[in-house]
Design a binder for this molecule. Sequence first.
Ligand code: KDG
Length: 318
Amino acid sequence: MPEIITLGEPLIQLNAVTPGPLRYVTYFEKHVAGAEANFAVAATRMGFSTGLITKVGDDEFGRDIIETLRARGVDVSRIAVEKDGYTGIYFIQRGYPVPGKSTSVYYRKGSAASHLSPLDVDPAYLRGAKHLHITGITPALSESCRETCIAAAKLAKQLGLKVSLDTNIRPKLWGSTDARNAILPLVSYADILFTDNDDTRILVGSQGTSAAYALISKGPQIVVLKGGARGAAAYTKAGPIEEPGYKVPVVDPTGAGDAFAGVFVSGILKGWKLLDCLRAGNVAGSLVVTVRGDQENIPTEEDIKSFLEKYSGEGSGK
Ligand code: KDG
């Protein structure tokens, strides 16, 4: 059974080859993505065995996801194929209207993964694992997905797993009030919480240090505020630790936060110091943004070391 288990919707990403409004894009590059699948690949690259609990459609995209994740080392035995269901996809518009930023356009309503239910969380699969990772995307997909996240987090705690939650609020999927009402109950199950200032403003009405400690008071031992290229900070009862990011050429920032989280959690499970987890997470995020696709550039531990030895980009965190 895998050491690290994730639960959520894998998606096929159709990434615009050229920047600009989607209506003028002729070519799209296909990638396997989805926040939790990205996290699983990151933890796999860091040397952990991982598994993804989800559903895909009985279609070519579902088959692509299963084959690709299997090839990337993720256990796909808990990816159910839903007969007559379909696999969610999304398009990425790059560099417009804000250079260096991307926009996601989803086609996922009613997808196979939105039919996940608590029955898909098999206690036998979680038993013996070390860690469960979930995100705030899944409860946005449906009521049964919301129940599934709660059931998985509850079961994980009962079985002695550590739980991480990335708040990942996607305003295109739901409103702020619904997001807050669904995500705050999950925060109390999390040992490690990943979030950012946009999400904390929705969840606790503040940002930065005060938001981090408001969230720590709800249960997590570690709250990580991700700041993209600016770097990240980890807050614990002992105080904050900050680590700046690296200046790299940005092709598409999508997926950087998932790689960061997967590498950070892997560092924690390896017993690393918080500063080293932040630094390695920043390296992973920096590498992911330099290409299209969320998973291809997620580094191994060895590649993180090479980056840290050799990268001297202007504004690097060294
Ligand atoms: O974090 C990257 C993800 O946003 C992307 O791969 C798609 O999971 C996704 C989502 O729901 O936005």
